[in-house]
Design a protein around this ligand. Structure first.
Ligand SMILES: [Zn+2]
Length: 403
């Protein structure tokens, strides 16, 4: 698996030059590709076009970087082909690019005396990044983050040896981003702040779009508003990502300490009675905000040497009693069984039921009283280390009082 380190580089004319050059190579590939389609009716393969263009004009970029820029065009073409099956109106990539990202590959990259050296073609000075304390990356990408240049260095990390341990189930949701745990340990990632940020984002988007629509097309005020909208939404996106990262890191850490080495996700994709409105709609309703949380949890677990995660159909998991199997309709935050008197935190019931289903038991008589869950809530003005250590500084862990 890969890890990416980012570094902001500001703006400079030298970097502009290389981004322009990469954009030129991309555009050249695009132009020639469509020209040959038009004239000969042939869709060239990536390899053929690479060979054709290799003898063309010289470029400032390292030969492999130039190849990568051409690859970017074919990547866009592949994305279009995949998406076309779902949306036939989608148009293929035809836009010229003035600027484009530059990619350096493994063999080209060098680290010397604490500096990262990114070579260009012979006779052109390399891009040098000072104070490079990390190891040599396997790939480096120089892109634009909307304001300035950003260096993205990829590292291949050997996942730690997969180890056996407890399986934890995960119930993803809106109010709580995730409820996860075993029979004894339950961790709740509080998602209220996330939800309010997401809602605010949608409101802001609607408000600004309406404002933009009232302005004259091509006008200066309209341009200004569009830039402002982009900036404001980007800021909110960054806040949302930050909260999601800190919550999931703290959650995984808590589970790791409890001996968990595998996750099982309640699968929202199959059955949801009353919510079945076709595959697309179901996915939008259930997965859109949840997919990212899930992917964060998965890779953060793998990074600690956990096993590959699994899915478990979770129909009715919020309603069945985990002790006797009775079907109840809980109201409010608390779950209580009409048949056996079992009481628990409502959100934890779904999580425990997913675990039971995964093990192939409908209910478990061993469950007496459930342990009170650990709540993880994001608090502002606190920093989070990129490593798992130190994650508690970013979030507050609190014991939710026992029922
Ligand atoms: Zn019961």
């Amino acid at each position: 698996m890969y890890l990416v380190r980012k570094r902001k580089l500001g703006r400079s004319e030298t970097l502009d030059l290389f981004a322009l050059e990469s954009g030129r190579v991309y555009t050249m590939a695009k132009v020639w590709f469509w020209r040959i389609v038009r004239r000969k009716g042939i869709w060239l393969s990536e390899g053929t076009l690479q060979r054709l263009l290799a003898n063309g004009q010289p470029t400032l970029l390292h030969s492999q970087s130039a190849q990568k820029s051409i690859q970017c065009f074919f990547e866009a073409l592949r994305t279009w082909r995949r998406a076309r099956t779902r949306n036939p109106d989608l148009r293929p990539p035809r836009k010229r690019k003035k600027f484009s990202k530059i990619i350096w590959k493994d063999q080209a990259i060098k680290v010397r005396e604490g500096r990262l050296v990114l070579p260009n073609t012979r006779g052109t000075a390399p891009v040098i990044i000072d104070d490079w304390l990390s190891a040599k990356p396997v790939q480096v990408e120089l892109g634009w983050d909307g304001k300035q240049y950003e260096l993205r260095a990829s590292y291949k990390t050997e996942p730690r040896e997969t180890s056996q341990g407890f399986v934890a189930s995960v119930d993803l949701g809106e109010v709580h981003s995730a409820v996860m745990g075993t029979d004894d340990v339950h961790v709740i990632l509080n998602g209220r702040l996330l939800r309010s940020k997401r809602r605010y984002r949608e409101r802001l988007k609607a408000k600004l779009s309406a404002k933009i629509d009232r302005k004259q097309k091509g006008g200066k005020r309209r341009e200004k508003l569009i830039t402002s909208k982009r900036r404001q939404l980007k800021k909110l996106d960054n806040q949302i990502r930050d909260i999601e990262h800190k919550l999931t890191t703290a959650g995984i850490k808590a589970l790791h300490e409890a001996g968990v080495r595998k996750l099982v996700f309640g699968d929202l994709r199959d059955v949801r009675v009353g919510y079945d409105k076709g595959r697309g709609q179901n996915q939008r309703m259930h997965q859109a905000p949840l997919g990212r949380i899930r992917s964060y949890l998965v890779y953060k677990g793998l990074r600690l040497g956990w096993q590959e995660s699994d899915f478990q159909d979770e129909a009715y998991s919020g309603k069945d009693c985990p002790r006797c199997g009775q079907h109840n309709n809980p109201k409010g935050r608390n779950y209580s069984c009409a048949s056996c008197g079992f009481k628990a935190h409502r959100d934890v019931v779904g999580q425990v039921n997913i675990l039971h289903k995964y093990r192939g038991v409908r209910s478990s008589h061993v469950i007496g009283a459930m342990a009170s869950p650990i709540g993880i809530r994001w608090t502002p003005h606190l920093r989070c280390s990129s490593k798992l250590v130190g994650a508690d500084h970013a979030v507050s862990l609190s014991r939710i009082p026992r029922l």
